[in-house]
Every structure is written in structure tokens, then in C-alpha cells.
Design a protein around this ligand. Structure first.
Ligand SMILES: Nc1ncnc2c1ncn2[C@@H]1O[C@H](COP(=O)(O)OP(=O)(O)OP(=O)(O)O)[C@@H](O)[C@H]1O
Ligand SMILES: [Mg+2]
Length: 236
């Protein structure tokens, strides 16, 4: 469904990605792990058209998307939930959700249906729909950021560090809801995480990034058992 082939990406003169190959198939959950500065967010942003490719190609549903403007890529059904919760703090929860659907021109009935779907995934947002988003807890803001992305009925969703800054019990909750999103929407999911254990547990396949390169990839189950991965990423 998504095929990234041999991409090079630069920030000015500094190369951030080197010949990266990356694939996501129908129905898969894929994780990308790697330490700070490895290039995980750069890869996501490049898929979304925020960074340009100097070389290589990116195809989504067999159509070339590299270097298209981000709004065109979003229209094709790809969404990205960035690191850090980018919500509108001075707007209510409900208005934040509606903003997520602005490109869709839903009818009132469709909008209501979508909101109900989000409240089914995150009942807490239903209770708090008229509260200002900025006054939600960190975990709730993360839920809102995700739900807002889902309002546009994506065909594939990419999460960048969904567990960043959350307390351990909220991290568990976060990964539970990712599973629920998967069951409910049946769309492929990409999870970028420094929490390598959780990401591998939650995914079918994993890619490992180091300084702009993909250095390893395979079934998550297998990688979880690999001595190299244990040593480098699981603190064993
Ligand atoms: N806008 C930018 N301009 C210049 N350099 C950048 C920019 N964004 C990222 N970089 C650099 O590119 C490299 C990869 O960064 P990136 O954000 O992709 O890493 P990451 O794997 O997502 O790390 P983290 O886990 O810390 O989020 C880093 O060296 C970073 O400093
Ligand atoms: Mg990052």
C-alpha cells in the first residue's frame, strides 16, 4: 500500500536519510524504532510531503506521491499524528475534532456519525467535549490529537511517538487504543517509537533506524528475540 524506495533526504547540505527502503502492506501494523536523531520523524515527514526527496520514490496505493504538497497527500488518505500534541488549546474538544474534518465537507449526518465513532474509541472525549482542549491532561490531549486525525477517515495512519511524555499506565492505554483503532477502522498503522518494546509488541513488522539508515527489519516477534536488538534497544 505504501512503498518507499531508495530515498535520500537532506536538510540543507546535511543528509538525513540515506537510501531508505520501507514498505507497508494492507492490514499491517509496522513500527519504526531507533534512538534520538535516527531519522524516524524525517521519514514520516518525507512521506507526508513536508520534506522533499532528493532521490528515490514514494508510492501510496500505486501512485507516486513524493514531493506532492502535503494537503494533496492528506486528501489521498494518509495522515500523520506528529510528535508533541498539536491541538488548538483555546478551542473546545468538539471544535478541535470538527477541525480534523474540514477538508472533507461532510454532511451534518456524516459529521455526527464521525464524532460518534471518535467518542466510541475515546469515551473520555465525549464527556469533555465542551472543555477547552488546553485544559485536558497530557494523555487526553494525545487522544484528542489522534481522534482529530481520524476525523478525516484516513486510509493509513502514522503515529509519531504516541507515548512521549505519558505516564506508564497511560502508555498502556495509548497502545490499547491503537489496537482498537486498528480493529475498528481496519487500516494499516505505522508507529514510530523510542519505546521499542511497546512498539514491537504492538506491530507485525519492525524497521530499525540508525543515523539515517534502515539497519534492520523483520517480523517484530523475531526482532524482540534478537540478542542485538535486546542489547541496543531493550536495555537487556
Ligand atoms: N528541520 C530540520 N532542519 C535541520 N536538521 C533537522 C531538521 N529536522 C531534523 N533534523 C536533523 O535530522 C536528523 C534526524 O532527525 P529526526 O527528527 O528525523 O530524528 P528522530 O529519529 O525522529 O529522533 P527523535 O527520536 O529524537 O524524535 C537529526 O540529526 C536532526 O537534528
Ligand atoms: Mg522524532
Amino acid at each position: 500500500m505504501l512503498r518507499v524506495e531508495g530515498i535520500d533526504v537532506f536538510y540543507g547540505k546535511v543528509q538525513a536519510l540515506y537510501h531508505v527502503d520501507f514498505e507497508v502492506h494492507e492490514g499491517e501494523t509496522v513500527s519504526i524504532i531507533g534512538s534520538n536523531g535516527a531519522g524516524k520523524s524525517t521519514l514520516m515527514k518525507t512521506i507526508m510531503g513536508i520534506n522533499k526527496t532528493a532521490k528515490g520514490s514514494i508510492e501510496f496505493k500505486s501512485q507516486k506521491i513524493n514531493n506532492l504538497p502535503t494537503n494533496k497527500i492528506v486528501k489521498k488518505g494518509l495522515i500523520y499524528i506528529p510528535e508533541g500534541r498539536e491541538i488548538f488549546p483555546k478551542m473546545t474538544v468538539l471544535d478541535n475534532l470538527k477541525m480534523g474534518a474540514y477538508s472533507k465537507r461532510y454532511s451534518m449526518a456524516q459529521m455526527r456519525g464521525k464524532l460518534e465513532e471518535m467518542f466510541e474509541i475515546y469515551p473520555r472525549l465525549k464527556e469533555r467535549q465542551s472543555q477547552l482542549a488546553g485544559s485536558l491532561s497530557g494523555g487526553e490531549q494525545q487522544m484528542l490529537a489522534i481522534a482529530r486525525g481520524l476525523m478525516s477517515t484516513p486510509e493509513m495512519i502514522m503515529f509519531d511517538e504516541p507515548s512521549l511524555g505519558l505516564a506508564p499506565v497511560i502508555v498502556d492505554e495509548m497502545f490499547d487504543t491503537i489496537q482498537r483503532i486498528k480493529q475498528l477502522l481496519k487500516i494499516p498503522i505505522i508507529i514510530v517509537e523510542q519505546n521499542a518494546y511497546m512498539a514491537m509488541k504492538a506491530s507485525d513488522r519492525t524497521y530499525v533506524m540508525e543515523v539515517g539508515h534502515i539497519v534492520n527489519s523483520g517480523k517484530s516477534e523475531k526482532l524482540l528475540d534478537s540478542p542485538d536488538i535486546k542489547k541496543a534497544y531493550l536495555g537487556a
